[in-house]
Design a protein around this ligand. Structure first.
Ligand code: UDX
Length: 460
């Protein structure tokens, strides 16, 4: 089939490559001429495993091309995927200007019979706005609008697009349904699950999935706060929870909280949408509050360990919003760096991939080429992104580089015995810190847990 993709960001570019891989003729369109030139030369503007080689393969195979001209992209398309950005606006609601612009491009240049498919994450009801916008500008155009939300995770995006857990197709006509079934036939014939719904249900299901993942993370972070107060170990609590197949272990990692381009925006976007239609989804406000609390708790831990931050040097390991990506947008690690700087500390950071993007967010950030250089003279080392390589840090070398041996593991990537065996006072999330016992040179003991009668009093 002839397919146009409007917007070549993370979702758009991965969709272009995946749809071409499925055998379709695909044209990717973007208003950013510079980005289009890069893509035409086979250069991906962001890191995503296997995407480079797959992009080359599809360009060479002739099934995929890119253009900065909307009329060129839409000239032969029978299906148009809208994959433009829908960033969080000032008020927490999604900013849908790019959606409106895409609708206008379609109204001007699309052919009769075109199926317009919204892939960007949008508030339920947006497809109707797109439909109205196109009809007003092109009253004679014969078209339909469908929703086909994307669930891909950064760092696994191409895999998720080609081997999805589920394909959700929200349609209001049998014609649109049968065309989208044909689009995905190459992967549904291999067993991929396709769920058909009405358009609003598909839109809501996407928001609801991301908000649920965020809720799981906030649940774990709330348990971390409670475990710290009770003298329990949140990792073990989570292990017990996760072993129940009704709960499952995924997305229960306590730490610095969730970040990135999707989860924070989708939690608030769904809360705002609910309020607009008269439902008070207070649970989502709480999810967001607990997420912000995770950041506060980390800053407090660092302050607690260092006493005064003014004039202290802090080494941050990890800047990406999660492991496996160079994306630093709304990264908790970057936010932490910003907060520590505002409190008077100097920050030196290391990240295997995201340093350049993080520096774009915080231009004053000092970047080091490896963890051991970043740690030189530091009064505290903070692990802020869950990169696998941090599990294998040479902690003895790190200990030799720092000025004072304090390690705050804000993503719980290490085991506590690793930290203290290397001579660090080790702070993690959801456990009481291991501290040097006064008077002992190499002995680390846990501070006293909360007295049991206090626990009993609290229980009433
Ligand atoms: C998310 C959804 O997972 C994906 O389905 C959707 O299409 C886009 O949004 P992504 O933004 O790539 O994907 O990141 P994700 O893997 O969901 O992680 C989001 C944040 O949560 C990261 O900051 C990560 O560090 C954090 N996280 C994740 C935790 O703090 N704890 C966990 O247990 C898991």
């Amino acid at each position: 089939m002839n397919i146009a993709v409007i917007g070549t960001g993370h979702v758009g570019l991965v969709s272009c490559v995946a749809l071409a891989r499925m055998g379709h003729e695909v044209v990717g369109f973007d208003v950013d001429q510079e980005k289009v030139s890069l893509l035409q030369r086979g250069v991906t503007p962001f890191h995503e495993p296997d995407l480079d080689s797959a992009l080359h393969g599809e360009l060479d195979g002739g099934r995929l091309r890119f253009t900065a001209s909307a009329s060129d992209a839409l000239a032969r398309a029978s299906v148009v995927f809208i994959c433009v950005g829908t960033p969080m606006g000032e008020d927490g609601e999604a900013d849908l200007h790019a959606m409106e612009q895409a609708a206008s491009q379609i109204a001007r240049d699309a052919n009769d019979g075109v199926i317009v498919v919204e892939k960007s994450t949008v508030p339920a009801g947006t497809a109707e706005r797109v439909r109205t916008a196109i009809s007003l500008e092109a009253p004679n155009l014969d078209f339909d609008v469908a929703s086909n939300p994307e669930f891909l995770r950064e760092g696994h995006a191409l895999h998720d697009a080609l081997f999805p857990d589920r394909i959700v197709v929200g349609v209001s006509s049998e014609v649109a349904a049968s065309i989208l079934r044909r689009v995905y036939e190459p992967i549904t014939s291999n067993g991929a699950l396709l769920i058909e719904t009405d358009v609003r249900t598909a839109e809501l299901a996407k928001h609801a999935s991301n908000a649920f993942l965020a809720m799981k993370i906030s649940y774990a972070n709330a348990l971390a706060r409670l475990s710290e107060r009770l003298g329990a170990d949140v990792r073990d609590v989570i292990e017990v929870l996760g072993a129940d197949p009704r709960i499952g272990p995924a997305f229960l990692g306590a730490g610095l909280g969730y970040g990135g381009y999707c989860l924070p925006k989708d939690v608030l976007g769904l809360e705002r949408l609910s309020a607009r239609v008269g439902y008070d989804f207070g649970l989502l406000r709480e999810v967001d509050r607990v997420n912000r609390e995770a950041m506060e708790a980390t800053v407090e831990k660092i302050e607690d360990a260092l006493w005064n931050l003014q004039g202290k040097r802090i080494c941050i390991l990890g800047l990406a919003f999660k492991a496996g990506t160079d994306d630093a947008r709304l990264s908790p690690a970057v936010e932490l760096a910003r907060r520590l700087r505002d409190l008077g500390a100097s920050v030196v950071a290391y990240d295997p991939m995201a340093s350049a993007n993080a520096q774009h967010e915080v231009p004053e950030l000092d970047i080091a080429p490896d963890p051991y250089v970043a740690a030189i003279g530091a009064h505290c080392v903070v692990i802020a992104t869950e990169w696998a390589e941090f599990r294998h840090l040479d902690l003895k070398a790190l200990r030799e580089a720092v000025a004072t041996p304090i390690l705050v593991d804000a993503r719980n990537v290490l085991r506590e015995d690793q930290g203290w065996a290397a001579g660090f006072a080790y702070y993690s999330m959801g456990r009481r810190p291991l501290q040097r016992h006064p008077g002992a040179s190499d002995l680390f003991v846990l501070p006293e847990p909360a007295p049991l009668d206090a626990v009993a009093d609290a229980a009433g």
